[in-house]
Design a binder for this molecule. Structure first.
Ligand SMILES: *Cc1c(COP(=O)(O)O)cnc(C)c1O
Length: 467
C-alpha cells in the first residue's frame, strides 16, 4: 500500500487519511508518495473510452489505502458529475491549432481548475471527519482562485471552519467576490495588507506553531495538500487518452504559480502516462523560467500582472520535484531549503540541471504578449481565452514548432469571464455576461482586513474559532 513521507525526513510513513487532514508535514516539508503506482501500456489502454469519473477512480484508487472502494466510488461519482460540473465531459478538449488543444478546466462551480481537486477534497474531508468524529480548522492563502474553490467546497461542511487569506487589492474583483459573498458561519475571509507570498508565509508560520496546530486541528487545502496533486493527475490521463495515449505521446503546457498543477503532470508521467514535453509557463514573475535558464532559484519582488494567479515567486510544490530530482536525498534537500529560506536563493549542480531540463522546459510571457495572444486566439479560432491560458498558449508556441507531430495540450485553468476587463480589452468588445458570475456582483461582501502579521492573524483565528 502507498504511504506518504515528508520531503525533508522520511521518518514514519503516514497513511493517506493522515496526510489529507494535516496537509503539510510537521517538519515543514511536503508529503510525497513513497512509491508511484504503475500504469503500463495495457492498463492505460483499458482506460480508453471510460468517463472522467471512471478514469478518476482507477487513477486515484492506488493512492488511497484507507477508504474502501465502494465509498470512494460513491465520492468520486458524486464529485465528477454533470450536476457539479457544467460540461458532461467534465474536462473537454477544444482544438485551437493543427495539432494543439486547450483542456478546459473551468467547468466547476467557481470556474477555475482548482474545483477539480477541491470538490473532491471537500467530500473526502467530510467523510473522514465524520468517521473519526473530528473537527478541523482549514487555513489557506490564495492568489485568487484557490480561495473561492476551497470556500465553495467547504461552505456546507459542519465539521470545518475555513479561514482564507487573500492579498488585499491583488485579486480581481470577480475572484474576491467569489469568496467574500459566501456568507456562512464557518467561512472567514481575511484581506491581508501584503502580497500572496506574505499570505503564504503566514500560513506556513501558523502551521509551524505546533501548539496552535494541535489546539485548532489546523489543516491545509492549498496545493501543498497531497490530495490535490493526486486529484489533478486525473485530467492529464483523460486528455492524453483522448488524443491517443498510450500509443501516442502528448505534450502539455501548464500555466504555473505554486507548481502544483505541473507537478501533477510530472506525477502522471512517473505513473507511466506517455508525456512528451512538459512546459512550465510563467508571466513576468518568471522565477521558474530563470531557474531553468541559469540553474539558480533566486526570488525577486512580485510584480502584479494580468494573470494574478501566477504572481508568485516561491513555488512551494517545487520542493516535491526537487526531492524526486535528488533521488530522495532528504539531508541535502533540507540544506537547500534552509539556504533558500535564509538567502532567498539556491543553485543546483550542472548534473542535476541537466536532469531537470529533461523533465521540463520553461517559458515566460509579458502582459503585452498576453493581450496579443488573447486577441489572436479569438481572431484565428473564435475562442475566448483568459489571461492565464494566453500565457500558456504563448509559451507553448516554441515546443509546438519544435515537435509539430506531437499533440500539444494547453491547460485552460480559468474561465475568461473571470477576467472580463483584460479579455474584453484584448478582443475589443464587452464579454457576454456569465450567469454563474452575474449574481455575486450584486451580493454583499464580508471580510476582515488584517496587517501582514502572524500574531494578528493567529489572534483573529483563535477568537473566531472559540467564539
Ligand atoms: C492556481 C492557478 C494557477 C497556478 O497553478 P499552480 O498549481 O499553483 O501552479 C494558474 N492559473 C490559474 C487560473 C490558477 O487558478
Amino acid at each position: 500500500m502507498i504511504k506518504y513521507i515528508s520531503t525533508r525526513d522520511p521518518g514514519e510513513p503516514q497513511s493517506f487519511t493522515d496526510v489529507l487532514l494535516s496537509g503539510m508535514a510537521p517538519d515543514g516539508g511536503l508529503y510525497i508518495p513513497d512509491q508511484w503506482p504503475e500504469f503500463d501500456r495495457k492498463l492505460i489502454g483499458h482506460l480508453q473510452g471510460l468517463s472522467y469519473a471512471e478514469i478518476a477512480m482507477q487513477v486515484i484508487r492506488p493512492f488511497i489505502g484507507t477508504i474502501d472502494d465502494e465509498t470512494l466510488q460513491k465520492i468520486i461519482t458524486q464529485t465528477y458529475s454533470s450536476a457539479n460540473f457544467g460540461h458532461s465531459a467534465i474536462a473537454p478538449l477544444t482544438q485551437v491549432g493543427p495539432n494543439a488543444w486547450i483542456l478546459e478546466l473551468f467547468h466547476g462551480p467557481t470556474l477555475s481548475f482548482k474545483d477539480y481537486a477541491m470538490q473532491l477534497l471537500g467530500r473526502l474531508f467530510d467523510h473522514v471527519l465524520e468517521r473519526r468524529g473530528r473537527r478541523v480548522t482549514i487555513v489557506g492563502a490564495t492568489s485568487g482562485d484557490t480561495g473561492s474553490a476551497a470556500i465553495e467546497a467547504c461552505r456546507g461542511c459542519k465539521n470545518i471552519d475555513i479561514f482564507i487569506m487573500h492579498p488585499q487589492g491583488r485579486t480581481s474583483e470577480v475572484q474576491r467576490r467569489q469568496m467574500t459573498t459566501v456568507i456562512a458561519p464557518n467561512v472567514h475571509n481575511i484581506a491581508i495588507e501584503g502580497t500572496f507570498d506574505d499570505c503564504q508565509h503566514i500560513v506556513k508560520s501558523l502551521f509551524a506553531d505546533i501548539q496552535l496546530r494541535d489546539e485548532l486541528s489546523l489543516s491545509a487545502v492549498n496545493s501543498i495538500n497531497w490530495a490535490r496533486i493526486m486529484a489533478q493527475t486525473v485530467y492529464y490521463f483523460t486528455a492524453a487518452l483522448a488524443l491517443g495515449a498510450p500509443d501516442r505521446p502528448v505534450s502539455f503546457t501548464v500555466p504555473t504559480g505554486n507548481f502544483g498543477n505541473v507537478y501533477a503532470a510530472y506525477a502522471a508521467r512517473r505513473m507511466g502516462l506517455p508525456v512528451h514535453k512538459l512546459c512550465i509557463a510563467t508571466n513576468r514573475n518568471d522565477i521558474l523560467a530563470r531557474f531553468f535558464e541559469t540553474g539558480a532559484m533566486k526570488t525577486e519582488k512580485v510584480v502584479p500582472s494580468l494573470s494574478p494567479s501566477m504572481d508568485i515567486q516561491v513555488s512551494s510544490n517545487f520542493e516535491r520535484y526537487l526531492c524526486e530530482l535528488m533521488d530522495h536525498d532528504h539531508g541535502s534537500l533540507r540544506k537547500i531549503m534552509e539556504s533558500f529560506r535564509r538567502n532567498k536563493k539556491f543553485a543546483l549542480s550542472p548534473e542535476l540541471m541537466q536532469k531537470a531540463r529533461r523533465d521540463f522546459t520553461a517559458g515566460r510571457c509579458s502582459d503585452l504578449d498576453t493581450m496579443a495572444m488573447m486577441e489572436s486566439c479569438r481572431r484565428e479560432t473564435g475562442i475566448l481565452i483568459d489571461p492565464h491560458t494566453a500565457v500558456a498558449m504563448r509559451c507553448a508556441a516554441e515546443t509546438i514548432a519544435a515537435d509539430p507531430a506531437v499533440p500539444m495540450v494547453i491547460l485552460a485553468c480559468a474561465h475568461p469571464a473571470k477576467f472580463p476587463q483584460a479579455v474584453g480589452e484584448a478582443v475589443g468588445f464587452k464579454l457576454p455576461s456569465e450567469p454563474r458570475l452575474a449574481e455575486i456582483m450584486k451580493k454583499p461582501e464580508r471580510f476582515t482586513t488584517l496587517p501582514a502579521d502572524i500574531k494578528a492573524v493567529k489572534n483573529f483565528i483563535q477568537n473566531e474559532v472559540s467564539g
